[in-house]
Design a protein around this ligand. Structure first.
Ligand SMILES: O=C(O)CCC(=O)C(=O)O
Length: 264
């Protein structure tokens, strides 16, 4: 049964130290995640870890030279330092609690979100991943820089994870964007391209919440929750690292280019 969270707890953030070694804190975090389909935990990464991570992402940017709007994917396969980050004890503590099973890393992506770049269309990750069961994967969105409405923070539609995969309306503009990205990928001998062809139909009953966070916070999202981000309207880029973990026994689609492990 889905636990019920009191009104005063709605759309709140947790602090990692309230959870660590505290069974009732862990339970509150899990209850919150199950009810709303996402949970935000502050201070998972301390300043030193964060500075190291920021340096790694800058190094990847310099080495891989992504063009504006290009998001290096499966970076853990090329950069062992990223594997180390994905094994961070505090991060894995949250992942294993929220999945209620041991989680295994199957995907990673860096979003640099340069000034002026548009964000992600509203989507459900499971539209792409086809996770079975739907709660069998979790997306881990690590704010390496502070994220605000101005620089296009993540937004979520709490409780929309209760929906199945919603219809997506085809958009020519998205197909043209994809073809442009594909051509860039070919000329740069890279094949990481996203298949964002359409716009998901958002049921009116859900409220849109902009989740502004400090650097070092993590937003954990269920694969069926509706979420996205807006354009970065500032003059600085904002860095985010995302990981996708699969629960023991769950399955996902391998993907055309991602080469994900289908089952763990
Ligand atoms: O960070 C962003 O701009 C959006 C990321 C996102 O939508 C995702 O990780 O699925």
């Amino acid at each position: 049964m889905t636990p019920s969270i009191s009104k005063s707890m709605r759309y709140t953030h947790f602090k990692y130290d309230e959870i660590a070694g505290n069974p009732s804190g862990k339970k509150r975090m899990l209850d919150y995640y199950k009810q709303f389909g996402y949970v935000t935990i502050e201070n998972v990464f301390d300043r030193e870890t964060l500075n190291r991570l920021s340096d790694i992402l800058i190094k990847i940017r310099n080495e891989e030279k992504p063009v504006t709007g290009d998001h290096p994917t499966q970076v853990h396969r090329r950069h062992p330092e990223i594997i180390k980050v994905s094994e961070n004890e505090r991060l894995m503590d949250c992942v294993n609690i929220l999945l209620e099973k041991k989680g295994t890393l199957i995907g990673s992506m860096v979003l640099y979100r340069d000034p002026g770049t548009r964000g992600s269309n509203c989507h459900q990750d499971n539209y792409y991943l086809h996770t079975a069961p739907p709660e069998g994967q979790i997306n881990v969105w690590i704010a390496v820089d502070r994220t605000t409405r101005e620089n296009g923070c993540l937004y979520v539609y709490p409780e929309s994870h209760a929906e199945k995969i919603l219809p997506v309306k085809f958009q020519w503009a998205h197909l043209l964007g994809f073809l442009r990205q594909f051509a860039q990928a070919l000329t740069r001998q890279k094949v990481a391209v996203g298949l964002h062809f359409g716009e998901v139909t958002i049921p009116k009953k859900y409220e849109k919440i902009y989740d502004e966070v400090e650097a070092g916070s993590i937003i954990f999202t269920h694969g069926n929750i509706l979420h996205g981000s807006d354009e970065n309207r500032t003059s600085d880029f904002r860095k985010t690292l995302t990981f996708c973990y699969l629960a023991q026994g769950a399955r996902v689609r391998q993907g055309l280019t991602a080469g994900r492990q289908r089952k763990v």
